[in-house]
Design a protein. Structure first.
Lengths: 488, 286
């Protein structure tokens, strides 16, 4: 708010030298309520996000006995990640990395096309700040009432209103912090534990941490998070160009601005009647008429506010519009507009998005529920036995990601005459039978012994082969059999 | 982009007033609370420096009023680990090595702990994983000088070989050439015979005769060795000091007499038993 910003210009004269203030008090923002299309979209997105956030942990998903029945659960002690019908192990955390990359590319694409829609609508900071402002409006009233209340001397009524607001904020914050915990522990259990005081110290710590950050960020810090803390506003300039849609004041139409009385002529002046509605509703407290600025989160509430006024004074709507800088100039010059969605950068972001999404989807669909991993012993690489035969050792890990017990046979392919044995067991055979418990990883130290008459001096390669009970091959891992001369 | 040098519509000057060649400096004041957070970190660092070790000196340092040291933390961690292991070690002390091996939990504990003990105490000679090196036997193969049962291994670790212990494993191969017991051609003949046992040289009748007189009492008629005496098997493919002619000749002529220290007294009883279990599990245990 420009009139309030005069406080920023506090300057001191030290020894006659002009010295501007390097630090400024925060100018408190009192956004006014507004109605309109963008406000409705914002309410819809807010509701959607909050319902998902608070509701998702309560969604149940039957996985059979012994497995958690929560649809979405990151079980850190398990350690397993459950996503509906997908269950991932810690070494598969790259699926989450892939999801984050897809998310980042989608964000790039959206930013290149439509500007800061993430910031204005879907960012948690925006969603919870909006929710907290809603509470604030319910309890303390709209902009003018809130400003009046803040100016009032302390009174019982003022303390009551303020405490009520903070109490409701803290309640919402606690629900938010609590919901976060539920993504990592069984929701009904952890809620019961939190209330009965039997939850772990770590649970209470994170519960408290996320409660306080929610309360602090959405209640107190608000737009300062976007302006001072968040790196994303600084980064997205790199994704935008003159074709990206942004919230813009159409100066060519609005200027010269000035107060307007009913019945006065609109000749020789702009449509802006300088009512201040646009910055009264702005959640970051800026004046959009100063042009695109880094504080603007692109929520479009000023468009709603201005349209309301334009409708009342009978001028065309969209003096403030969701428009590209290119089209803004086209309009000013009375040139035809063109919406240019297909641009090198949007095509690149789109293609990258599809490629990464396709790779991740393919990886997920082709994912093995049974995995064989083999690591050859490094010391000793090989052992010469008294009869001249050679022995190599391997750490063989079989992970069974299903909920069924698996009976398997391990054989080798490529070393004729070799036999296998498990360390600690004297009998060696052509094949080793293994029984892998459900949802578990079994580790064996396997020795492969090649008789003297078959053992060459050269290191050779072969495959470990895992077959199921019916003899069908399920996994194959290529590895080497080391010999004294090395090489291949 | 936007000209931010003045606030529109109020027209307030938004620069610091500094101007050089027409370039004006925009004033972007930091929020005050940010400044206060900075002051708070300064205060925090002062408090921290007083409480915890901070200022270095020439020979010492300011230890902080809390007397905190990370060494104490390590000592406490080690003590905590030792306390956690105490019950296992107690059981291992009470049982014999075969019983320790038979108990799955103690076996697992011994192999895990034995691996660490081995790396600290044994790997310098025997190499990681008991790979062995010339003069230092491989512990992963199936050839044992003094026996490869868990009990044999435990005893060898305890008393050593040609070591300082009263009951140390003791054997002495004569220096046949150096001490004039055999002439050089006779040594050569014996070497021929020894190599012939593994098919690396043709049979040598004279060598066989000398072998029967001089060597067979320890190494056996067929050269298969004698574990009672620690006499190696000469008819297998495993050679402690190398199986080529030069290495065998060196052994016959000058003997070898490698030494392994006794570990009783250096390591406690439970540690030695854990080591025996670990070594037995390396792949050659009998």
């Amino acid at each position: 708010m420009p009139e309030d910003r005069s406080a920023l210009k506090e300057t001191d004269s030290v020894l006659g030298i002009f010295a501007p203030s390097l630090y400024a008090d925060r100018v408190k923002v009192y956004p006014r309520a507004v109605r309109g299309r963008f406000r409705n979209i914002k309410w819809a997105v807010l509701t959607f996000c909050l319902v998902i956030y608070y509701g998702l942990p309560w969604l149940r998903w039957d996985r059979g006995p012994g497995a958690p029945d929560q649809a979405l659960l990151l079980d850190m002690s398990g350690p397993r990640g459950y996503f509906f019908n997908i269950e991932i192990w810690p070494q598969e955390v790259y699926y989450i990395t892939g999801l984050l990359i897809v998310g980042a590319l989608a964000l790039f694409l959206a930013t290149a096309l439509f500007g800061r829609v993430w910031c204005g609508y879907a960012c948690p900071q925006t969603v919870w700040t909006d929710l907290f402002m809603l509470v604030e409006r319910w309890i303390e009233g709209d902009r003018n009432a809130r400003m009046r209340l803040d100016r009032q001397p302390t009174s019982a009524a003022k303390v009551l209103r303020k405490s009520a607001k903070h109490a409701v904020w803290l309640l919402i914050a606690a629900a938010t912090g609590g919901a976060w915990i539920m993504y990592f522990q069984d929701a009904p259990t952890v809620v019961r534990e939190i209330f009965t005081g039997s939850a772990s110290g770590a649970t209470y710590f994170f519960f408290g941490l996320f409660t306080l950050t929610t309360y602090g960020l959405a209640g107190w810090a608000r737009e300062q998070v976007c302006t001072y803390m968040c790196p994303w506003p600084r980064l997205q300039a790199a994704m935008q160009d003159e074709h990206s849609l942004i919230v813009t004041y159409q100066g060519w139409r609005g200027e010269t601005r000035g107060k307007h009385k009913a019945g006065q002529s609109w000749e020789g002046r702009g449509d802006c009647i300088d009512c201040g509605a646009c910055f009264h509703v702005c959640p970051t407290g800026i004046d959009i008429r100063n042009g695109p600025q880094l504080e603007c989160i692109g929520c479009g509430l000023c468009i709603d506010a201005c349209d309301d006024v334009m409708g009342k004074v009978g001028r065309p709507l969209r003096l403030i519009d969701f428009v590209s800088l290119e089209n803004l100039q086209n309009r000013a010059a009375r040139r035809p507009e063109r919406l240019k969605l297909l641009r090198p950068r949007t095509v690149l972001y789109g293609v990258l998005l599809l490629v990464v999404a396709a790779i991740m989807a393919a990886a997920l669909l082709l994912r093995d529920t049974l995995e064989l991993s083999v690591q050859q012993d490094r010391s000793p690489l090989y052992v010469t036995l008294s009869d001249g035969s050679l022995r190599n050792g391997y750490t063989v890990k079989v992970s069974n990601k299903t909920r069924d017990t698996m009976s398997l046979r391990l054989t080798q392919d490529g070393l004729s005459g070799a036999n296998l044995s498990i360390a600690g067991s004297p009998d060696s055979r052509d094949a080793l039978s293994m029984v892998i418990e459900p949802d578990s990883l079994a580790e064996y130290h396997v020795f492969v012994r090649l008789p003297a008459d078959r053992a060459g001096r050269q290191t050779t390669t072969f495959d470990f082969v895992l077959t199921d009970e019916s003899g069908r091959e399920v996994e194959r891992v290529h590895t080497q059999f080391a010999a004294p001369a090395g090489g291949r | 982009m936007t000209d931010r040098t003045e606030e529109r519509p109020t027209g307030i000057d938004n620069t610091t007033g500094h101007e050089w060649d027409g370039i004006r400096e925009l004033n972007n004041p930091l929020p005050k609370w940010w400044l206060y957070v900075f002051y708070a970190t300064v205060v925090f660092s002062i408090v921290w420096s007083v409480l915890y070790p901070s200022v270095p000196g020439l020979n010492s340092y300011f230890a902080g009023v809390l007397g905190y040291t990370q060494r104490d933390e390590v000592a406490a961690d080690i003590a905590r680990a030792a306390a956690g292991q105490a019950a296992f070690r107690q059981k291992i002390r009470e049982l014999d090595v075969a019983a320790v091996k038979a108990d799955p939990e103690l076996n697992r504990f011994s192999v895990a702990g034995g691996r660490v003990l081995f790396a600290e105490n044994c790997a310098a000679c025997h190499q990681a994983g008991g790979t062995g090196a010339p003069g230092y036997p491989s512990l992963a193969d199936d050839d044992w000088l003094w026996g490869g049962t868990p009990a044999d291994i435990e005893h060898t670790i305890s008393v050593g070989i040609r070591g300082q212990h009263d009951e140390t494993r003791q054997s002495q191969m004569p220096r046949f050439l150096a001490d004039g017991m055999l002439t050089a051609p006779e040594v050569e003949a014996v070497v021929d015979h020894v190599l012939s046992l593994t098919g690396k040289a043709p049979a040598n009748e004279k060598g066989a005769q000398i072998f029967a007189e001089q060597c067979a009492s320890c190494h056996g008629e067929d050269g298969s060795g004698n574990r009672e005496l620690g006499a190696p098997n000469l008819a297998d493919q495993i050679w402690l000091y190398g199986g080529d002619r030069a290495a065998v000749r060196q052994t016959v002529a000058y003997s070898r007499n490698g030494v392994m220290p006794a570990w009783a007294g250096r390591l406690d009883e439970a540690s030695i038993r854990m080591l025996a279990v670990y070594v037995h599990a390396l792949g050659g245990g009998e």
